[in-house]
Ligand binder design. Structure first.
Ligand code: ADP
Length: 269
């Protein structure tokens, strides 16, 4: 009815109205989109600005730990604390940068065949190292040569977040099972653990930035609160979905579902 100004963003929906009519609903989302862009730019700029000073702080803390802490035992504890916190901030800034790249980069990632089974093999080895004395049993079953078109670095980041969560939220000695397989509908990556689980009412909100079921526990385990938000964005960029199933005190299952059309065939090895 009223003229729309140039540069306006409209969200348009057609909904059934009465028996054989349709209603066209147009919503002006210009302001919300502008605010969203400002938020993204702000987070991205702040993270960039923090990156260099943090690298310096972490580097100095690292040197102090090696040099000073050995000579002056009374400094060992504060230096260790400084080192840990600098490392934590670095991880947070890296995750923030990753997330803003995923939000702003062109919709389709690099499209090369990625051998996800191979990738998972390396990630499982890294997770065993991360688990260390906590002795989790980490098992992988992968369909040989099953490849999908996508971005290897983004897929690595998604699976690595799921695996590090499984290690962090599963008591010592617990079992973590990783699977990679396909059927007529698509390819599936599953990370299953026998950990603390997640109460049902939290499941829908887990992929929001900084959403945590238990903030104290998450901080203690060294999480940034951005892992599952990253996984969700990677899946959107691969036309896929994330499904989460969990039972408190029993364990959780995170399934990445890729549509049939991104499967690139099977390699011969
Ligand atoms: P965080 O860095 O806090 O782990 P994530 O975005 O990766 O952030 O996860 C969000 C929240 O989901 C976590 O704080 C935790 O409460 C819950 N969560 C994620 N993975 C698991 C898991 N495997 N088992 C139990 N809880 C989990």
């Amino acid at each position: 009815t009223s003229p729309v100004r140039r540069g306006t963003t409209l969200e348009v929906r057609l909904v059934p109205y009465g028996r054989d009519q349709r209603l066209l609903i147009a919503r002006d989302t210009t302001r919300t989109e502008r605010l969203e862009t400002m938020r993204r730019d702000f987070v991205s700029n702040v993270s960039h600005e923090l990156k260099t000073p943090l690298t310096v702080i972490y580097g100095v803390a690292d040197e102090m730990r090696d040099e000073l802490a050995a000579k002056e035992p009374e400094w060992a504890q504060p230096i260790q604390l400084l080192h840990e916190q600098a490392q934590r901030m670095q991880t947070l800034v890296q995750d923030l940068l990753m997330l803003s790249r995923l939000e702003t980069a062109a919709p389709s990632p690099e499209q090369w065949p990625v051998d996800v089974g191979n990738l998972l093999d390396k990630l499982c080895a890294e997770s065993r190292a991360l688990s260390g004395d906590r002795e989790h049993q980490i098992e992988l079953e992968a369909e040989p040569g099953l490849q999908i078109y996508g971005s290897e670095s983004e897929l690595r980041s998604a699976f690595s977040n799921l695996l590090s969560n499984a290690v962090r939220y599963t008591p010592d000695g617990g079992k973590i099972r990783v699977r990679w397989f396909s059927d007529a509908n698509g390819a599936y990556g599953v990370v299953e653990d026998t950990g603390i689980g997640i109460p049902q009412e939290h499941i829908n909100r887990l992929t929001e930035r900084f959403y945590r079921v238990d903030k104290g526990r998450s901080n203690a385990t060294g999480g940034t609160g951005l892992g599952l938000a990253i996984v969700k964005h990677v899946m959107q960029r691969h036309a896929g979905r994330l499904h989460i199933k969990s039972t408190p005190d029993k364990g959780s299952e995170f399934m990445l579902v890729f549509p049939r059309r991104v499967i690139s065939g099977r390699s011969i090895y």
